[in-house]
Design a protein around this ligand. Sequence first.
Ligand code: S3P
Length: 180
Amino acid sequence: MNRHIILIGYMGSGKTSVGQILSEKLGLPLLDTDAMIVEERGMSVNDIFASRGEAFFRLLESELLERIAGMEEPVVLSTGGGLPMTPQNREPLRNLGMVVYLQAEPEEILRRLEHDDTRPLLAQGDRGEKIRSMLDIRGPVYRETAAHTVRTDGKTCAQIADEIIKLYRMEDDSHESIGY
Ligand code: S3P
């Protein structure tokens, strides 16, 4: 039996949008770590970073992940882009179920986030440069954490969701008991 579907990847790679479609198509609840933290703290991500610092936000992410691990019913989980970068989060993420890395090219990410002002890590410096250098470090970690890497460029969110559903059903079949 499959458990949760976990979407990881860089900011702007489509985790939330694809998560919404997956949740509708599979009839599973959607959880979004950023949205949960914002709701629980009553503050935006920008404000948490500004008033308490990034390290505090990372602690909130790890603590939330622990609580999600205790959930029985399968969910679609959309994660903040930095969550797998905390080393102690990687194993718990994998243990939750099928981890999928939504891979987007830096040019596409820049296009999507060009006018975004909700990501504190992109607030300063040359945005394109920042995205490329962060992806150089994060890309291998995302790939190594995920069971599947799905390329997103040139695809609609619905197409990406369909690809993930196929993978989910395949994994589910492969875990079925052979019966002897
Ligand atoms: C972050 C990604 C953001 C949010 C925070 C930090 C990151 O989430 O958690 O701004 O370190 O990549 P999204 O990936 O949903 O934008």
